[in-house]
Design a protein around this ligand. Structure first.
Ligand SMILES: Nc1nc2c(ncn2[C@@H]2O[C@H](COP(=O)(O)OP(=O)(O)O)[C@@H](O)[C@H]2O)c(=O)[nH]1
Ligand SMILES: [Mg+2]
Length: 636
């Protein structure tokens, strides 16, 4: 206890010295925020939240911008917690568990889905450093977050879990950093970031190994927008990295993308909450608010410059490419407007989602949304439910197919020869198409060698073509395959995990399109096609998919006065069939005697049920039947 007090007192003295030498606004160094012995730099504004910081005390050579990257669960966010504590950015308590994972969905799933920035102050060998840390997600669906984050960095900490070793996303993230020519600091974890062991050494290594940004404060302002979020009161908050010059409140800035001019209302750094500063200078990373009302105005990858001082825009980013599409509908059409506004708000905070309006005879008006992967889709859906209280029907995910048109009429209609089809209902008929194309990915699997046989068989059933296979150490093998995207999008990862007892890991990247034998499969009820149940499938998979859909429909359609044939057909060829036997549910069977009011009630209820039905030919299909067939079968 005594040593603790003495230590704390020592910190106090050093804090004051550090603050005064740094000429910061530190009237009340915050003892309880910095109880650890190694904190030598306090947060100078902690007692006065609105006091602006003077960032001019951090010249470029004292700035280090870095990301933490790794495979899922190797401890990135935990390491970030310790770095925030060591630098006094947050109070050290036992409760600090992945504090940068702020979203409810992140906390519940224990994963990071959004990259988070935090500026740290740290004093090392008599110098005061400004360290900008970005914690990134590890899952493949969110690698767009990683690549954007790296554009604001000169180095990375590449974390590897000592128990698991190098995994698929370790490789993928390593290459992202390597190709961006960043300094890479490999760190072995789970020995332990949890307890803070050696974490301070990691921080010092960042200062030693990561170069300061090579920028000049005397150049005109050149700021890269590498992320953005939307705040209801303040509009767009753009995360920026300054590649030249400086920016402050009152400056007139121009977006290179839209050429629109704005006046800057506020600049600051994230600590990890917004902390206003007087200015931001070349080499620094922070945020900027300038009265942009839509996220589209702060296009990610955009360059901001000063009015009348145009600069060559930075290369920016390739726009996020949606990999899976799914229909989204309100459970009740009266909820349409509420859901619309919820989707709009959420996409403002996640610009990688694409939206097209869509409608279905069975489900009403809705949208077709594009996501970077299935986890992304699930996270978006969960955020809609949790943050906006919206409940939705989500249809089975499909991938974006292409068709090369041969019909002159269709080419004229579309204005091009090659069209992308994200909705099976718009899939053009074979007679007007010279070739169908499907999206593919290059998948990387890393696995202990005992599972190779099973994994190769799994890949073959998914129509994959092997490209490479090599040992990366004595027992572990890296396999590379080209997969059709639709074969891996739904359940491949689960299948891989279960047959390798969780040891194999998987990552993939876009590998363009390939010709494919695709067919449109129709579902027929007593010979009449049900438009909304049509799907696009590979010819080899048509039977299995058709059979499963017929079975699901059979369970969902109630018996009626006549027999109902449920068929899956390719053109005129029926490939699967189920039958619902004739039967009429006599709702009055339970009513003996003459209680007429009770009879009326039952008949009325039956009539109301019928309103929710849709007639296909003479067959009545309840809305629930569509939902049960169209819905993503997440339990499978
Ligand atoms: N035993 C132990 N567990 C750790 C250590 N670092 C992280 N963890 C745990 O590993 C899990 C994943 O950590 P997290 O930081 O969310 O990983 P991320 O996905 O890379 O951000 C959490 O349950 C952490 O508590 C460590 O050094 N030792
Ligand atoms: Mg994390």
């Amino acid at each position: 206890m005594l040593s603790l007090v003495t230590r704390a007192a020592g910190v106090w003295v050093r804090l004051r010295r550090a603050c005064s030498t740094a000429a910061l606004l530190c009237s009340q160094p915050c003892m309880e925020k910095c109880p650890a012995d190694h904190v030598v730099f306090s947060r100078p504004y902690s007692s006065q939240k609105k006091e602006k910081l003077d960032m001019s005390i951090f010249p470029v050579e004292n700035i280090r911008n870095f990301s933490i990257i790794a495979h899922v669960d190797h401890g990135k966010s935990t390491l970030a917690d310790r770095l925030l504590e060591i630098t006094g950015t947050i109070a050290k308590t036992d409760q600090n568990k992945q504090v940068l994972d702020k979203l409810q969905v992140e906390r519940e799933r224990g994963i990071t889905v959004k990259a988070q920035t935090a500026s740290l102050f740290y004093s090392y060998e008599g110098m005061n450093y400004l360290l900008n840390l970005i914690d990134t997600p590890g899952h493949v669906d969110f690698s767009y977050e990683v690549s954007r984050s790296l554009s604001a960095c000169q180095g990375v900490i590449l974390v590897v879990d000592a128990n698991e070793g190098i995994q698929a996303q370790t490789m993928a993230n390593f290459y992202l950093a390597f190709e961006a020519q960043l300094a890479i600091i490999p760190v072995i974890n789970k020995i332990s970031a949890k307890l803070g062991t050696n974490v301070e050494k990691v921080l010092q290594e960042v200062i030693e190994k990561v170069p300061p940004p090579s920028v000049n404060i005397r150049d005109p302002l050149k700021a890269l927008v590498f992320d953005s979020t939307f705040d209801h009161y303040r509009g767009v908050i753009a995360n920026i990295a300054l590649f030249g010059g400086e920016v402050q409140k009152g400056h007139k800035i121009v977006s290179a993308h839209t050429r629109k001019t704005y006046e800057v209302n506020e600049v600051g750094i994230l600590t990890p909450n917004e902390q206003p500063t007087h200015k931001l200078y070349a080499g620094q990373v922070g945020y900027l608010i300038a009265g942009m009302k839509e996220v589209t105005e702060a296009q990610i990858g955009d360059t901001l410059y000063l009015h009348k001082q145009p600069v060559e825009p930075l290369p920016g980013f390739k726009s996020a490419k949606p990999m899976v599409f799914a229909g989204m509908y309100p459970v009740d059409q009266s909820e349409y407007n509420n859901l619309k506004s919820a989707i709009e708000k959420l996409t403002l905070n996640d610009s990688s989602v694409t939206i097209h309006r869509d409608s279905s005879l069975a489900l009403g008006a809705g949208w077709r949304l594009g996501f970077l992967g299935l986890l992304h889709l699930e996270v978006f859906n969960q955020r809609l439910e949790q943050e906006y209280n919206a409940s939705v029907i989500l249809t089975a995910p499909t991938v974006p197919y292409k068709a090369v048109l041969s019909s002159a009429k269709l080419i004229k209609e579309h204005g091009k020869e090659e069209i992308t089809v994200i909705n099976p209902a718009e899939f053009p008929d074979k007679s007007s198409v010279s070739e169908y194309l499907e999206p593919t990915v290059l998948g990387t699997i890393i696995t202990p060698d005992e599972y190779i046989g099973k994994i190769i068989t799994l890949c073959q059933t998914r129509r994959a073509v092997q490209k490479d296979m090599m040992y990366i150490d004595e027992h572990r093998v890296m396999l590379k395959y080209i997969f059709p995207l639709n074969e891996i999008v739904v359940d491949f990862y689960d299948a891989l995990k279960s047959l390798s007892s969780g040891y194999a890991s998987f990552d993939y990247e876009d590998a363009g399109y390939q010709a494919a034998d695709l067919v449109k499969m129709d579902i027929l009820l007593n010979g009449n096609s049900v438009e909304e149940l049509g799907t696009v499938v590979h010819k080899d998979k048509a039977y299995a998919v058709g059979k499963a859909m017929c079975e699901r429909l059979k369970d969902a359609i109630p018996r009626q006065l006549f027999e109902i044939a449920i068929q899956a057909a390719l053109g005129s060829k029926v490939i699967a069939r189920e039958t619902v036997k004739a039967y009429r549910k006599n709702v009055l069977a339970k009513c003996y005697g003459g209680d007429i009011t009770r009879k009326m009630k039952l008949l009325k209820r039956q009539a109301e049920g019928k309103k929710k039905m849709r007639k296909i030919g003479n067959v009545e299909v309840p809305k629930d039947a569509f939902i049960s067939v169209l819905k993503r079968q997440s339990e499978k």
